[in-house]
Design a protein around this ligand. Structure first.
Ligand SMILES: [Zn+2]
Length: 289
């Protein structure tokens, strides 16, 4: 498997997504971005997961897009990102360059590396999730995480979740000033692998200086027993001041950060595969006293 992504191309994809304008659920921009993603994935094994979300602002048609790259080993590694922008920000020019666009672009750039090659190891599925953001300004997890809650339930019902070795969620990691948080609500061993991957590539200074517990699209999957890691930078601009504002634009991102994020994700995938090959030794039993 490729060891690195084409980060310049990931930046280009980010710009293309952002160029459609705001893409809140129900907007024309969202329809256009959906079509854009499907065009980029033409010829790949794409499945759509369509559903109606009964939100606090009414019924909204939503759609997760999952693209599957089959591997040689039994088991799946999922990479996920949300692609919509906030409904409650629909009256300002909020394009979510970092929040949704950059990470969807990263997934496209990773698809470019996986396409048309024999994939040694677990299958890799890329999930473009809809409806991550809360419908109203006040965060409410019952009025957010729509796509992830729907897909996690579907995968639990059809037995897929048992086959998932790890789910890596990417969120807001195109920030030029990249500082990825340690997420206390993620699965510790997957978080450890992310840090190990970053360290192996010499990028550890961008990882885990801060620690917090994040409510994001990984949570519904974690609740169904899937090992998860949310790879997220929650400090976007001084004091997170660009987050959910019209200042979340492509000039705040960098090709360098996309490269770090994308390459660490690829390295983490490699490490998850290695864990599968060499299961952790069982702790020695205490002698009877
Ligand atoms: Zn957001």
């Amino acid at each position: 498997m490729a060891r690195s992504i084409d980060a310049a191309r990931a930046m280009q994809y980010t710009k293309e997504i952002v160029a459609y304008g705001p893409r809140w659920d129900g907007s024309q921009g969202m329809e256009k971005v959906r079509t854009y993603l499907k065009n980029k994935l033409k010829g790949d094994q794409v499945e759509e997961d369509a559903f109606t979300a009964e939100t606090s602002v009414g019924k909204i048609a939503m759609r997760n897009i999952v693209v599957k790259f089959p591997g040689t080993k039994d088991g799946i590694i999922v990479l996920a990102s949300h692609y919509e922008t906030n409904y409650w920000l629909r009256n300002i020019p909020f394009v979510g360059a970092n929040d949704g666009a950059a990470t969807s672009a990263l997934l496209l750039a990773i698809a470019d590396q996986l396409r048309g090659k024999k994939l040694e190891g677990y299958s890799i599925w890329l999930a473009f999730l809809d409806g991550e953001e809360s419908m109203t300004r006040q965060w409410n997890s019952d009025d957010a995480l729509w796509g992830s809650r729907h897909l996690a339930k579907k995968w639990q019902d059809d037995g897929t979740s048992k086959k998932i070795k790890a789910l890596l969620l990417a969120d807001m990691i195109g920030d030029a000033d990249l500082d990825i948080f340690h997420d206390e609500s993620s699965t510790p061993w997957v978080e450890d692998l992310v840090l190990q991957a970053a360290t192996r590539l010499g990028y550890q200074s961008h990882f885990f200086a801060s620690s917090t517990s994040v409510e994001d699209d990984h949570i519904p999957f974690a609740r169904t027993g899937v090992p998860v890691a949310d790879i997220i930078d929650l400090n976007y601009g001084y004091n997170n001041s660009y987050h959910h504002t019209a200042q979340d634009t492509v000039d705040k991102l960098s090709v360098g950060s996309l490269k770090i994020s994308g390459d660490v994700i690829l390295e983490t995938i490699r490490l998850v595969n290695a864990v599968g090959d060499n299961p952790a030794p069982v702790a020695p039993q205490k002698p009877p006293s």
